[in-house]
Design a protein around this ligand. Sequence first.
Ligand code: ADP
Ligand code: MG
Length: 319
Amino acid sequence: DELISQIAAGEVVERPASVVRELVDNALDAGARNILVKLMAGGVRSIVVEDDGCGIPVAQLPLALKRHATSKIASLAELESVGTMGFRGEALAAIASVSEMSVASRTADAAHAHRLDARSGELSAAARSRGTSVEVRELFFSTPARRKFLKTDATELAHCVEAVRRHALARPDVGFAIWHEGKLVDQWRACSSEQRIADVLGEDFVADSRAFDHSAGPLALTGRAGLPEAARSRADQQYVWVNGRYVRDKLISHAIRSAYEDVLHGQRQPSYVLFIEIAPELVDVNVHPTKIEVRFRDGRAIHQSVRRAFIDALATSRS
Ligand code: ADP
Ligand code: MG
């Protein structure tokens, strides 16, 4: 069972940033208003994610760390319309199998918090306000082959920060802070979506991009299309979310690229942010454990709509 978990972990946990992403997903699913990410040595030595969400009842604490234990879906039918970020019940078990993990949590009605040490199974009293803290130490300590693939602390840190930026852009209503080695790296307070884009991607990006807002039936597309002639346009700032989930999708990037080619005939890949909201039954997020891929029921319609949203935004900027 330990081996099976470790193999499964390989699919979910690639590097510290994967842990950060899963833990922040969980914090968001728990309704957190503020999320704190604290890292040591690029997250390799330790990752702590603290939230002020609903907490885990002490009776369910051991279950939360078990493989395929999720409190988020009760039936296969619900898998069709999953509204939470997590639903597989794999992340915590997978992370625990390749690290030293402990979870401290407190629900609103609990007299105090409880901490569960994943390895020993030891449960103890802990002090914290409502919410959950997950601590992950010494990632891949027992799988040196995997640990060898990690890059420098600076690179791993950059990936962790990027993971939080993706969440922060999608959830402007939630406050985020990232600390590394006891120093504040980035902090974003709850604000409007426009403000969050400016806070995370910079005022330059806002000035050099055009907003769009397209809604058609079960599909809503909002975001900003960067103007390629903008000197500070950065190709690595291309973000797409589907129902709040950061994704990388060939169909969508193709639609955007073709819009830019049509309107601007430019070779440069500009920055953009695109938020796709779609009826959950029209998209399958259950394709890959890391949930970065999605499959649309009607890819053609998505392609056309995305293309149109960008063409309109870019055409407006020209007139
Ligand atoms: P999933 O998110 O797919 O359900 P996880 O392994 O990520 O699976 O988490 C297992 C369970 O632990 C969740 O279903 C949830 O009940 C609980 N849990 C994990 N993290 C938190 C958190 N930060 N706040 C509240 N509950 C949590
Ligand atoms: Mg999860």
